[in-house]
Design a protein around this ligand. Structure first.
Ligand SMILES: Cc1ncc(COP(=O)(O)O)c(C=O)c1O
Length: 429
């Protein structure tokens, strides 16, 4: 395979004609495939079905502290559920509140709390003319939507293999008191799969910020989501940010989030927020008027089903069995079709739910449109950047988890055809 940039126009045209024929054959099949959202496949959901048999009308619904889980109360979550989520995050149970069915909900609410109440006794954000957030990009579109919803100005920061560009971050936060926060997906990041290095974690914890109420939103959504659980060299673990912030003298800087959405059932799992004990006390007070407590029966079910860190690991290894071949099918296709062409790069994650793909500048929208026309839905181009605006129009998020392996192979095949077609058209233009 030759680098496209080294090929003569005639050769490129010939290749384009051949690819166009392949594309037309795909389009004629009337496919309806989806590589857009990071949802577990149905075989993965089946792994957690036994959890639904745990609580029946004859179950004892009493928690270890005697709480009757059928009734109101226990805002911070059952002790055993706090312990389970703390084990998952590697922090202490008293640093954890177990919440409802989605971590995104806690994240949204926390931004709303800072807007209404302020952080650390500072002015509520809604009373300030401008509030800005740093947004490592490519990143998670729903984080960006929260900012947009609250009118928070987003500043993109380039993501790299070790996390976001820390030199840029240090400069930005040092002088601008309007920068109040940063979104981080620190392990198996959405969408690049990168895990923040020790140095990145330490620099974030020690940041000298012009804003005294600067907060890190540490969305550890993929903290146990290894694709290669048995391979030490390919099992990432990000450092504990709560400890790092405490050691750096900024104990209240960070709020960490996670859920069992991609462990048991998305939308029907349990979620958690972790932070310093003083942040947890403030949060419980702030949550008081909002709810009497979350679904303790679901907490009980999850504790019984997952048990502890070892139980979670065992369960996640079963997920990995389904995810691994899917990731590998896409990666092999990318390598075979695009490997030496010089037109694209992509990530090779050790975990999480996504592969991040970079095509030639100014092609992502067209590639996504071309794939859609032939029946393969991809995440909208631009979605991985704040305001949906990828400055290079080059990034595409690939989500291999949901389709069957057979469908995924077809979808990946069509994807690289679209990439090559659009790249050649750009070279010839
Ligand atoms: C980084 C990240 N955070 C949060 C979520 C959503 O989690 P939950 O279902 O707990 O709201 C996702 C889902 O894709 C995600 O990728």
């Amino acid at each position: 395979m030759k680098r496209y940039a080294d090929m003569a126009s005639a050769e490129l045209k010939e290749l384009h004609d051949k690819l166009q024929q392949e594309y037309d054959q795909f389009a004629a099949k009337g496919l309806d495939l989806n590589m857009a959202r990071g949802k577990p496949g149905s075989e993965q959901l089946a792994l957690s079905m036994p959890m639904l048999d745990i609580l029946t009308s004859s179950s004892d619904c009493t928690a270890e502290d005697g709480t009757d889980c059928r009734n109101y109360g226990v805002l911070a979550g059952l002790p055993e559920a706090r312990r389970l989520m703390a084990e998952m995050l590697g922090c202490k149970p008293n640093q954890v509140i177990v919440c409802g069915n989605a971590s995104l909900n806690i994240e949204y609410d926390l931004v709303a709390r800072f807007e209404l109440e302020g952080a650390a006794g500072q002015t509520p954000w809604c009373k300030l003319d401008t509030v800005k957030f740093l947004c490592p990009a490519p990143g998670y579109d729903r984080h960006f939507r929260i900012c947009e919803h609250f009118g928070i100005e987003m500043i993109p920061v380039q993501m790299g293999e070790d996390g976001p560009d820390m030199d840029a971050i240090e400069k930005l936060v040092a002088d601008d008191p309007a920068i109040k926060g940063i979104w981080c997906v620190p392990q198996y990041s959405n969408p690049t799969g990168a895990t923040y290095s020790r140095e990145t974690v330490q620099r974030l914890a020690a940041l000298k910020t012009a804003a005294p109420d600067f907060r890190i939103f540490w969305d550890n959504a993929y903290c146990v989501h290894d694709i290669y659980p048995d391979d030490e060299a390919r099992r990432d673990r990000v450092d504990n940010i709560i400890d790092a912030c405490e050691q750096a003298g900024n104990p209240d800087r960070v709020f960490e989030f996670c859920s069992t959405s991609k462990i048991t059932f998305p939308g029907a799992g349990i979620s958690a927020v972790a932070a310093s004990e003083s942040n947890i006390s403030w949060l419980l007070e702030s949550m008081g008027p909002q709810t009497i407590g979350y679904d303790k029966l679901n907490q009980l079910r999850h504790v019984e089903f997952l048990r502890d860190a070892a139980g979670i690991q065992e369960h996640m290894a079963k997920h990995a069995q389904f995810l691994r071949p899917r990731f590998e099918a896409v990666l092999t296709r990318l390598e075979n079709d695009l490997g030496d062409t010089g037109i694209a790069t992509w990530t090779r994650p050790h975990g999480g739910y996504f592969i991040s793909f970079e095509g030639p500048e100014g092609t992502a929208k067209e590639i996504v449109a071309r794939a859609a026309q032939a029946g393969v839905k991809l995440t909208g181009a631009g979605a991985t950047w704040p305001y949906g605006k990828d400055p290079h129009d080059s990034n595409i998020r690939i989500a291999p988890s949901y389709p069957s392996l057979e469908d995924l192979e077809l979808a990946a095949q069509l994807f690289t055809i679209c990439v090559r077609l659009v790249a050649i058209e750009k070279l010839l233009a």
